[in-house]
Design a protein around this ligand. Structure first.
Ligand SMILES: NC(=O)c1ccc[n+]([C@@H]2O[C@H](COP(=O)([O-])OP(=O)(O)OC[C@H]3O[C@@H](n4cnc5c(N)ncnc54)[C@H](OP(=O)(O)O)[C@@H]3O)[C@@H](O)[C@H]2O)c1
Length: 324
């Protein structure tokens, strides 16, 4: 029996229930992990609330954790008992122990602690594909990162700066503006104070952005399109303020032959060899100081509801870690 956070019905943070569960027997290719640190992600709130569908009820919420291998199933070839690992998968992370397919695991280098890994793996892999695959950021590009002081935002800002981009970020408060500035961002806009696209126009002297990274979704979608130069790309990768409403394709024509994509990490890490390569690039970026993971808040696993409340109330910055 292990302690875990279960969801029996969709709803607000209070549907997160701390209970005993019995994990099933290990199947072919499965690995049992004792979690030492669990990453909180906005994604977890979508499955909890029902914005994203879940395969069954009840389910153990949580997508990211780091820990040690305590048992391996038949056919596991790449991992052994005692190894330090981390994983990203949609469910099962908010628990003292979890079962994961070996295809979803990465080995942790000695230089990365469990806390660091749980704070950076999912968000950092997302930044990896957004900056290197969705759009290849290069020297001199002008980019806009929404929620720049958030978990994913902080990593995007630091990594994009190291690639030579001119980085503009949006934040919801002056405290968060200070955090973004401490990361070396070039310009910061408090988007709660008005039209951020017109600020982008002012800052860039009408040049506008090559790419906008938008994890905020509905509230920023229109302004994100208005922040792009002709042929610019909007990477709409999340829905912190709600899902983007349906829109007419002709709007992209009218605003300058724009591109829009809605990428997911799941598509990018569906092959274990791609996951390993992306994780290596991320861990190298951490080791060389390009990216650091600011753990803003640490919460006991049993208090996961408090962590969800803080995240959804925009009270967190950087990563939040749940400790089992
Ligand atoms: N597609 C993918 O592969 C992928 C992978 C990872 C994450 N994501 C997405 O990336 C986004 C960021 O995730 P994260 O876990 O790093 O969270 P986070 O950025 O730490 O937290 C979300 C932030 O969004 C901003 N926000 C703006 N409007 C909001 C609203 N109405 N309600 C709540 N927050 C609002 C807040 O920052 P301000 O107060 O500064 O506005 C808040 O702190 C999420 O949308 C997530 O789903 C997508």
């Amino acid at each position: 029996m292990v302690k875990a956070i279960l969801v029996h019905k969709h709803g607000g943070p209070n549907v997160l229930s701390f209970e005993n569960i019995i994990l099933p027997e290990l199947g072919q290719g499965d690995v049992l992990i004792k979690n030492h640190a669990i990453g909180l992600n906005f994604l977890d709130t979508y499955f909890r609330s029902g914005l994203y569908p879940v395969p069954k009820m009840p389910f153990t919420v949580g997508s990211e954790s780091a820990g040690e291998v305590v048992a391996v199933g038949v056919g596991v070839t790449r991992f052994k008992v005692g190894e330090r690992v981390a994983t990203v998968s949609n469910f099962g992370a908010y628990a003292e122990q979890r079962i994961v397919s070996e295809t979803a695991l990465v080995k942790l280098p000695e230089s990365i602690s469990y806390m660091q890994a749980a704070g950076i793996l999912l968000k950092g892999l997302t930044a990896e594909y957004l900056l290197h695959r969705t759009y290849r950021v290069k020297q001199g590009d002008i980019i806009l990162v929404h929620a720049a002081a958030g978990g994913t935002g902080q990593i995007l800002v630091q990594w994009a700066k190291s690639l030579g981009a001119i980085v503009i970020g949006t934040v919801g408060s002056n405290e968060k503006a200070d955090i973004a500035l401490s990361l070396g961002i070039d310009h910061v806009i408090n988007y709660s104070e008005g039209n951020f696209a017109s600020k982008v126009r002012e800052i860039t002297q009408n040049k506008m952005c090559d790419v906008v990274y938008d994890g905020v979704g509905n509230a920023t979608f229109a302004g994100s399109l208005d922040s792009l130069k002709p042929f610019g790309l909007l990477a709409s990768f999340g829905s912190a303020s709600g899902a983007v409403d349906p829109f007419s394709l002709s709007m992209l024509a009218a605003k300058g032959s724009l591109y829009v994509t809605r990428p997911t990490l799941a598509t990018h890490i569906s092959k274990p060899e791609t996951l390993a390569g992306m994780a290596k690039r991320l861990f190298d970026a951490v080791a060389t100081g390009i990216v650091s993971s600011d753990v803003g808040l640490t919460v006991k696993l049993e208090d996961a509801a408090e962590a969800h409340k803080a995240l959804e109330a925009r009270k967190t910055s950087g990563a939040t870690i749940l400790i089992p």
